[in-house]
Design a protein around this ligand. Structure first.
Ligand SMILES: O=C([C@H](O)CO)[C@H](O)[C@H](O)COP(=O)(O)O
Length: 210
């Protein structure tokens, strides 16, 4: 299992300093949606410059102009970007074409998708092979978790890479590990932990243990 660190509500300089401290515990650096709104693709370029060995995901949550917006992230140095599963299939196809052109990947974020099974099958049919199961911050605030959706994703998809996000922290990690995913995404569970270095190290160790 890989660990993806989601950088959301953190300033660029603070984020660079933090990632340097926990460099050895992170597999994928996610430039989160709020971070992109604040700093733009400059943030992807900066992380690409200072962390050349890491995978970088730009959490763009694309909803339209799939081909063009996806290309912007790859040109900035991202290995992955994200498109929303609720959008038109044409948009997802545009993202896939761009990913193919650049030899990169796009994750389809399934936040707010009502019929998971139907949408997973439709998207796999057009060539999607990376999904994110995601319970958003606003949904977390009313007590939802990503566990049920993750179980459903695992049941339906037999060939895609699966990542999962939604308030995962050191104390709840075991539940997600039990259901299984290729990538565990942790944001506030590390960046807002009392000791982010300790939290990242503990989460990483747990993910890499059998
Ligand atoms: O995608 C995210 C969210 O929609 C804010 O942009 C977060 O990166 C994702 O949920 C992971 O963060 P945590 O929930 O804080 O672990």
């Amino acid at each position: 299992m890989k660990l993806q660190l989601a950088l959301d509500d953190i300033k660029l300089v603070d984020a660079l300093v933090l990632v340097e401290k926990i460099r050895e515990y992170i597999d994928i650096i996610e430039i989160g949606s709020p971070f992109i709104i604040e700093e733009g693709m400059r943030s992807v370029r900066e992380f690409r410059k200072y962390f050349p060995e890491k995978y970088i995901l730009a959490d763009t949550k694309i909803m339209d102009a799939g081909d063009y917006e996806t290309e912007l992230t790859y040109l900035a140095g991202a290995d992955y970007c994200t498109v929303l599963g609720v959008t038109d299939t044409l948009t997802v196809k545009g993202c896939l074409e761009s990913a193919k052109k650049y030899g990169k990947k796009v994750f389809v974020d399934m936040i707010c998708v009502k019929d998971m099974e139907k949408r997973i099958l439709e998207l796999e049919e057009i060539g999607v092979d990376c999904f994110t199961v995601h319970t958003g911050v606003d949904q977390q605030a009313v007590g939802r978790t990503a566990l049920e959706d993750l179980a459903e994703m695992k049941k339906v998809s037999k060939k895609s890479q699966i990542s999962v996000a939604g308030g995962i922290k050191e104390s709840t990690l075991y539940k997600y590990k039990k259901v299984g995913a290729d990538i565990i995404i942790v944001g506030s569970g590390i960046i807002h932990a009392d000791d982010p270095v300790k939290a990242a190290k503990a989460i990483y160790k747990e993910l890499k243990s059998k």
